[in-house]
Design a protein around this ligand. Structure first.
Ligand SMILES: [Zn+2]
Length: 196
């Protein structure tokens, strides 16, 4: 039986690397995979999933309001599909996550989603909220804070190096940098806890 998977983490944990490796493993066995990424993520060039360690692969893109079930169903009609991989899955809408459940349940194709759990304010992304509710299996991709504890939060730092406390949830390709931290150090940077 196909399943809907959600691999979640904070920034810079290597999610795209894991996605690309998993897809490669299928393709090495002669099985076809379908790669999807958010249309707003142009870091690796349009329609491409790239990772920080330098590997990448061509991908289709999705944007809000698009019917991802229809896209995948059209691909399935062309030939067997072993697995669908979705990068930047936090940018899916709730409706699109429901569409992915139909890919799993009605087309019997497994769907592996990779994305961020919370934004820099500590709030769930819409896609992540829906995936946490609907995924059959969830796996945490772990990374660590500078203190060695597991990082579960992310801060967005402005050009001056200070953590931003407000702003749009989606901001890619700006002058800001993202740093993954444990909750305690995230609270310190956000001014919610005295340093120490
Ligand atoms: Zn820490």
């Amino acid at each position: 039986m196909a399943k809907l998977y959600f691999h979640y983490s904070t920034m810079n944990a290597g999610k795209s690397t894991l996605l690309l490796q998993a897809s490669h493993n299928y393709r090495e066995q002669g099985m076809a995979t379908y790669l999807l990424t958010a249309a707003l993520d142009t870091r690796a060039g349009a329609g491409r999933i790239g990772s920080r360690i330098g590997i990448g692969a061509a991908a289709e893109s999705f944007s809000a309001g698009e019917d991802v079930f229809g896209k995948i169903e059209a691909r399935v009609k062309q030939g067997p599909l072993a697995c669908v991989f979705v990068d930047e899955a936090q940018f899916l809408t709730g409706e699109q996550v429901w569409q992915l459940t139909r890919v799993v349940d009605d087309l019997n194709v497994p769907v592996m989603c990779y994305g961020l759990r919370v934004d820099f304010r500590g709030a769930l992304f819409p896609g992540s909220a829906a995936l946490l509710a609907l995924a059959d299996e969830m796996r945490e991709v772990r990374t660590i804070c500078h203190c060695g504890k597991k990082a579960t939060m992310v801060v967005r730092r402005g050009p001056d190096g200070r953590a931003l406390r407000e702003g749009a949830q989606v901001q890619i390709g700006g002058n800001e940098t993202y740093v993954s931290l444990c909750r305690r150090h995230w609270r310190e940077e956000m001014g919610d806890r005295p340093p120490g």
